[in-house]
Design a protein around this ligand. Structure first.
Ligand SMILES: C[S@@+](CC[C@H](N)C(=O)[O-])C[C@H]1O[C@@H](n2cnc3c(N)ncnc32)[C@H](O)[C@@H]1O
Length: 346
């Protein structure tokens, strides 16, 4: 993979293209199928031979085929049974069906034992509003009734991806912003926010495709002229430890009631131990006291989020039930991070 921030993809090799007869068996004619050439550089750069590459939205098995061609093991989830059959047949035609695990499921519904750990997650997300004409399935994200429900579905899937991804492994999602009706949805950027709450961003590549359409500045249709490959890692964040300790002291001095627990509390007892990636505090689930604390933090330059969504005060705590914690982050002009996880549920 070059060190450029873009990747020009000028043609799809007929050798690896989804064969026409398999395309014809798909209810959408395979129009959402990616290119093996699009995946290969990422497989080579972000995994080693023998590693396992996982695709939570396996589709026609393009990522899985790229992984197997490069001597990696492949595993994938796909909710559509017809597409699971297409993947099996496609890989078998290349003689690469062995070394592959296929799960007919949405990965967020899987127990740990059903989804063995993997070294790289590499995927193209399903697009909201694409008018799915295949079999109905409750977790089919192509069929999400609203954009918010669709983003929640993506969040749940990537939450599960995080649990299965090895420490240090990359999670790479390919996505473009989306035009639906007269509206442009910043899907690539919304997904980046979701991933940012789960992983550490490493960068992005822009994938550029050839296009025959005439140039027209007024035409901003989503037409896959380019897409973003968002590159994230599962790794411990480095936080500014003295600034975090100073924040906790300032909170106590300001009268905020909390209990420090977890890795920061352990590190304060044993500074030679593993440095913490955040400070965990427990607070009472009292909306007024929480409002006061969150306002206090926001007034000191912290952004407060819940699983990647911005949190505004006054709080409607009921809408955050089951999310367990708020995250308060402050990044200063040197890039130093102070991170506080405020747990309001056990
Ligand atoms: C963009 S396609 C992936 C295509 C794939 N990258 C390829 O080129 O072969 C997205 C796929 O996600 C599947 N999908 C949608 N929601 C899902 C879910 N919750 N879990 C697993 N698969 C899902 C769709 O059925 C679709 O096949």
């Amino acid at each position: 993979m070059t060190s450029h921030s873009w990747l020009m993809l000028d043609h799809e090799s007929p050798r690896y293209r989804l064969p026409d007869d398999l395309r014809a068996r798909d209810p959408m004619g395979g129009r959402d199928c990616g290119w093996v050439e699009q995946m290969l550089p990422f497989v080579r750069r972000f995994s080693q031979p023998g590693d396992t590459v996982f695709d939570p939205f396996a589709g026609f098995g393009t990522t899985l085929l790229a992984a197997r061609l490069e001597g990696r093991r492949a595993s994938g989830c796909e909710v559509d049974a017809g597409r699971i059959d297409l993947i099996r047949e496609r890989l078998a035609r290349h003689g690469l069906a062995h070394g592959t695990t296929l799960l007919h499921a949405s990965c967020d519904a899987l127990e740990d034992a059903a989804l063995p750990p993997f070294d790289l997650c590499l995927t193209n997300v399903p697009y909201f509003g694409c008018r799915w004409t295949g079999a109905q399935a409750t977790s089919q994200l192509y069929d999400s009734p609203s954009y918010a429900q669709y983003l929640d579905g993506l969040r749940n899937v990537f939450h599960r991806v995080r649990a299965g991804l090895c420490e240090g492994g990359a999670c790479i999602a390919m996505v473009e912003n989306l035009r639906i009706g007269d509206r442009v949805l910043p899907l690539a950027f919304d997904l980046a926010r979701i991933l940012e709450a789960l992983f550490t961003m490493e960068g992005e590549r822009v994938l550029v495709y050839p296009h025959d359409a005439e140039d027209n500045d007024a035409d901003t249709r989503t037409d896959r002229r380019h897409e973003h490959a968002l590159v994230f890692r599962k790794q411990r964040e480095r936080i500014d430890l003295p600034a975090t300790a100073a924040l906790l002291d300032a909170m106590r001095a300001a009268g905020h009631d909390f209990t420090l627990f977890g890795s920061f509390a352990r590190w304060q007892q044993d500074p030679q131990g593993m440095p913490p990636a955040d400070a965990d505090i427990h607070v009472d689930a009292d909306p007024q006291r929480l409002d006061t604390l969150l306002r206090w933090l926001q007034g000191r330059g912290f952004s407060v989020t819940s699983w990647g969504d911005p949190v505004t005060v006054p709080l409607h705590l009921d809408s955050y039930r089951g999310r367990f914690y708020f995250r308060a982050d402050r990044i200063d002009a040197r890039g130093a991070l102070v991170r506080l996880d405020i747990c309001y549920e056990q």
